[in-house]
Design a protein around this ligand. Structure first.
Ligand code: BDR
Ligand code: CA
Length: 308
């Protein structure tokens, strides 16, 4: 079983990814970032998810803001004002560990050098901070999988070509993309190509266990937003990155490329720039995932919902 450390900003698709992780892997911790909504909500949501899984996964609170500039937007219109569909869950039981997320990332990788897969499902603030504190971090990480970027410029933020996680904290993404010699990049456009059929997804929710019932509730706001935007199918970006983290053999096609992050730009701050033609002759650190095994991805999600 892979050993995972999940950096996350739950977040409805984060929630699905966290359920997948607990169904298919050993989860050593949830390090929590601000992003979809503010840190107080994302930390509470992470604890709610730990309660749901029945595990004792530690939750580490991380940075409340991006490294440099305050964010221009959040994603409450997709995830709900509280980040989990405004269902109104009771106060969770799972505690918050008294260690900063960035320090927990460093400690856990020191305790298990070469064993942990880090799955980054949020703005990369915590990971960038950890990397600045200890640049040898990548040497101790088995794999890094990042959900972030929009490799052909069809982003999902107010700055058109920027994807949310990278656009929220571009400096952090730059630090991570520059500092890790090797990582898998699951971008927003891959997500659009690997949605679930809505009727099929509803069948999983209907036949699944309490995890499916939970997801059905938190998912309503996101579903309505998608409908209003005329999107068909269920899009779950973080679930896709989690599938790659759990089992890299779900990747059917990928290309190793240099990926830079635009840190300035009037219209493009936060955009990911992929050097498809290797014209810059810079290190190609990102394994840009271009196609996944959809049936296997769906099987992983079904198991996480108890809907096999
Ligand atoms: C990413 O941004 C967030 O809204 C999602 O949770 C996902 O991590 C998609 O752009
Ligand atoms: Ca996320």
């Amino acid at each position: 079983k892979p050993q995972l450390l999940i950096d996350t900003d739950p977040g409805v698709d984060d929630a699905l990814a966290i359920l997948m992780a607990h169904a298919h892997a050993d989860v050593l911790g949830l390090s929590v970032a601000a992003g979809n909504v503010g840190l107080a909500h994302t930390v509470r949501n992470a604890r709610t998810l730990v309660d749901l899984t029945g595990a004792s996964t530690p939750v580490f609170a991380g940075c409340p803001t991006p490294l440099v500039r305050l964010p221009e937007e959040d994603a409450a219109f997709v995830h709900g004002r509280d980040g989990l569909g405004d269902v109104g869950f009771p106060e969770p039981q799972a505690p918050v560990a008294g260690e900063h997320a960035a320090l927990a990332l460093l400690r856990l990788t020191r305790e298990r050098p070469g064993e942990l897969t880090v799955v980054a499902l949020a703005p990369l603030t915590n990971l960038a901070l950890a990397l600045r504190l200890d640049p040898t971090l990548p040497q101790r990480v088995k794999r890094l999988v990042v959900m972030g970027g929009a490799v052909t410029g069809h982003g999902n933020t107010g700055r058109v070509p920027a994807e949310f996680n990278v656009g929220f904290d571009p400096e952090a993404a730059h630090i991570v993309f520059d500092g890790f010699p090797d990582f898998d990049l699951v971008d927003w456009e891959l997500t659009l190509r690997h949605s679930f059929d809505e009727a099929e997804f509803d069948r999983w929710l209907a036949v699944g266990d309490r995890r499916a019932a939970f997801f059905g509730r938190v998912f309503q706001v996101a579903r309505e937003t998608n409908r209003q935007r005329g999107r068909r199918g269920i899009i779950a970006a973080d679930a896709l990155a989690m599938a790659v983290a759990i089992d890299p053999s779900v990747i059917l096609r990928s290309e190793r490329r240099h990926v830079g992050v635009e840190l300035d730009g009037r219209l493009t701050r936060g955009a990911t720039v992929v050097d498809w033609g290797n014209r810059l002759k810079l290190p190609a650190r990102a394994n840009v995932v271009l196609e996944l095994d959809q049936p296997r991805f769906e099987a992983m999600v079904r198991k996480a919902l108890g809907a096999q």
